[in-house]
Every structure is written in structure tokens, then in C-alpha cells.
Design a protein around this ligand. Sequence first.
Ligand code: T3D
Length: 261
Amino acid sequence: MDSYETLLVREEEGVQEIRMNRPQVLNALNRTLKLELQAAMKAASRRREVRVVLLSAEGRGFCSGQDLFDEETDGRRSIGESLKTLYNPLIEAMLGMPKPIVAKVQGVAAGAGMSLALAADMRLMGASGRLVAAFSRIGLVPDSGLSYMLPRLVGLGRAMELAMLAEPIDAPQALALGLCNHVHPDAELDTAAWDFCRRLADGPAQALGLTKKALRRGAELPIREALAYEAALQEQAGHAGEYVEGVAAFKEKRRPIYWKA
Ligand code: T3D
């Protein structure tokens, strides 16, 4: 596995944890962290042994968004260029990865940190976690996929309010809005996240990758095309060993073992 300056990466039982490691600034995204996250996501995507990615962070916060001390903030720098070269490829690598990505959000996820959390396929939050669409607080607009993901998750009216007022969304509120899947007491979040990821890693890896594709793409397509896309993906799944093992296990009244399928 590669080693990084701003990330800690470990792998266990098919789960690869990619942990942001700049706790002193609540894991603000400097150039190195953005590039390393991009590289780590691409590497996880390629590695066959990795069945699930757990995106997490060191310290009391998940990610405070763009590192406001790393780049010029005098209004002359091209932020559009920074998004095109550093943020967008990262978000695309996450959305296109044919494996589930789970974000473990402890403490604050602000600005592009919130976008990162929303680009994961599922989110688990600690009870003291909070999401802040902080962009409008500093005179910017939602980026790194937030304008795409937020309305899809919470509806347009709510997305407008969250993006414009940028009030912190606490964990119970995030759960009620559908912005996270589960909330756990802070002290139990790490164990809960690993248990959750191990359950996913025990599943049929190829079928889960295709499920991600079906749900992400399906939401964008007209119904006839979505039906055709489902059929094409199912054709692929139906020829894989995972399907044979899944049905055999059902008939033999045992748990399926997908690792070897
Ligand atoms: O290229 C581009 O610019 C385009 C990309 C834009 C995408 C974006 O993400 S725009 C949004 C950028 N992020 C923010 O505006 C959030 C700024 N931070 C905050 O509002 C607050 O820090 C938080 C709400 C996130 C957390 O508040 P709190 O009270 O829990 O912590 P704190 O005391 O403010 O921060 C702790 C330390 O982290 C502090 O350092 P210090 O004083 O202990 O030495 C603080 O300066 C540092 N920190 C927090 N956020 C950032 C940061 N350092 C650099 N960049 C940050 N974003």
C-alpha cells in the first residue's frame, strides 16, 4: 500500500480505512490532502482486496473544508481552476468507485468537508457531529458536488435554506433529514463504523458495486432508460459467481460466502 503525508491508511478484512490526518486544523483540505485523497481513492478503486472504503478523520473534527491559510484569499486566485483540478476529480473518483464508501463523521464537516461526506455512499455520525454548508458564510457558493447532492438528499426547499443560512445541522437533525444513515454515541462510533463496513465487505462485492452504479445512474435517467440500464447490470450480475453462490446458499440453508465467489 502507498504511504501518505496527510492520510493514514489501513486495511482489514476487505475494509480500507482512509483517514484524513491534519487534526490541528480539523482536517482542512490543503493541496497535499486533496491530491492524496484523490490518489488514495483511485488506488482503493483498483485494489481487488478492497471491498469497502471507510473515509474517516483524525481528531475532534471530520473536515473543515478548504484550508483557508493554504491559498490566496484576496479574490485574485482562480477558485474555478482549483475546483476543476483538485476537488472535482476527487468527488468523481468517489462517485465512480465501484465499491461502497462509508463516511464516519465525528465533530464538524464544513464546506467542502460536508461535500466530501455527502459524496460517500452512506454516512454514520457521532452524536456530537454536525454538518455546515459553510460556503455562504465566506461569500462562496456550494461546491465539490454539494449543489448536486444536497437537493437530491433533502429536497430543493430545504437545500436552499441549508446552503443559504449555513446553520449547523446536528446529528439528530441530519438523521431526520436523510443526510446520514445512523447516529451513534461518540465513544461507540468507531466500532459501529467498522461493524457496518465489515457487514458490507461480507456481501457480494461485484453486486454491491453494480448496485451503486444502478442507484447513482438510475436517479438521473428517464424510467425507460433506467429499466434498460437495470437489465444490463442484472445481466452482468447474473453471470457472476456471486449469484451462483447466493442461490446455492439459500437452497442449502446456509450463509453465503462471497469472498471466494
Ligand atoms: O480553492 C478553494 O478555495 C475552493 C474551495 C472551497 C471549498 C470550501 O470548503 S469553502 C469553506 C471553507 N471552510 C470554512 O469556511 C470553515 C472555516 N472554519 C470554521 O468555520 C470553524 O473552524 C468550524 C465551524 C469548522 C469549527 O469551529 P470550531 O469552533 O469547532 O473550531 P475552530 O476553533 O474554529 O478551529 C480549530 C482550529 O482549526 C483553528 O486553528 P487554531 O486557532 O487552533 O490554530 C482554526 O483556525 C483551524 N481551522 C478551522 N477551519 C479551518 C482552519 N484552518 C484552515 N482552514 C479552515 N477551513
